[in-house]
Design a protein around this ligand. Sequence first.
Ligand code: DSN
Length: 448
Amino acid sequence: MTPASRGASPLAFVASGVLASDAEVQAILGRELHRQRTTLQLIASENFTSFAVMAASASVLTNKYSEGYPGKRYYGGNIYADEVETLARERAKSLFGAEHANVQPHAGASANLGAYLALVDPGDTILAMRLDQGGHLTHGSPVSITGKMYRFVAYGVTPAEADGSGERIDLDQVRDLAKRERPRLIVAGTTAYSRTIDPAPFREIADDVGARFMFDAAHPAGLVAAGEHPSPVGIADVVTLTTHKTLRGPRGGAILTSEELGRSFDSAIFPGLQGGPLMHTIAAKAVAFAEAARPEFKEYAKQVRANARAFADALQEQGFRLVAGGTDNHLLLVDLRDFDPDLTGKVAQDALDRAGITCNRNQIPNDPRPPFVTSGLRLGTAAETTAGMREPQMVEVASLIARTLRGREDEGVITGVRGEVTELCAAFDPYPDGPYPDGPHPDGPAVA
Ligand code: DSN
């Protein structure tokens, strides 16, 4: 789906009524819209949803309490909540080829915690990837409830190699740790890993040690849906995902599993973990699952990967080292030390922000710097591909990043790049009709 084919703006009604009564919030939303349209969005976990997704999110379903599941609610008046949740579940099942779907998790974190609740008991051992190697907070970080409730043992990636063949998930380590620690659950899935994750060897290792296998597909969910990443559905006992990253839906999570295990995941999410589901978000998930089933979405996902590869090549030409030597998916992890040993992720992120290039600092494997500082940047192509960018723009963006970071102490350089970013964003506007086509444009002041 290209921006131009995204349909009529539901936010027109917001402009014409609801927010007219709250000028302060309207102004903030206008400024955020302006920021999204006039700066580059390279955060690997973000995307631009369609107007249809936003319309469902902004619907009357926000008013409804629907604890329980379709046909089995604790409150009355759920006839249409049942219809929309059933539709979302059926669409998710059909999109991913799953037997059972739970679409109630408020986020990826709740989907993961729900999966643990369903599969293991507090204190049990879980084997997962370490946060600083590319894993996620909910994979047992000591600062997450997951790390406090369960005994996590962590695997990482292989050492870096000059030819880029290193920094891959260390399956020998996974196997050795699984044999030694006898986890009840093995988790695959990452938040900062640029290579394909094959679910098959994880399944084999889990079977060898009698563990369950969970695949956290939060990042590649859209690529999986489009056939651009191997599907873990039917291989893992449970697949958790988010709906707002490469899948391009509303902010939220979901769980896919077998019919046999479905009931235990349902009970873990409600009443185990959450109260009333966000029915407006569930409606928006239904919209997104249908959008992701269209041929245009397959083209989109293919382009996301092609853009990431072009971006990777161009960044390497600019003198950056990429963790794992490149990318197979939508994400790139840049090790800044080859480019400039004194440049930290924090300084780089701040300089790029000033130039209108939005991304996040990220630890690289075995990073000598702490998580708040880091030696890396994480970049992604999901959002700007939605906005219509293709390989030539990725080359241009790589050059803008390099110029910004080389000239980070020179305001003239930053201002020059900012101007070019503005022009590029104007040519690749994610919401070219504006969100308020029927009313005055509420953009706030330009983002510096
Ligand atoms: N915050 C998400 C990300 O950026 O990958 C993960 O929770």
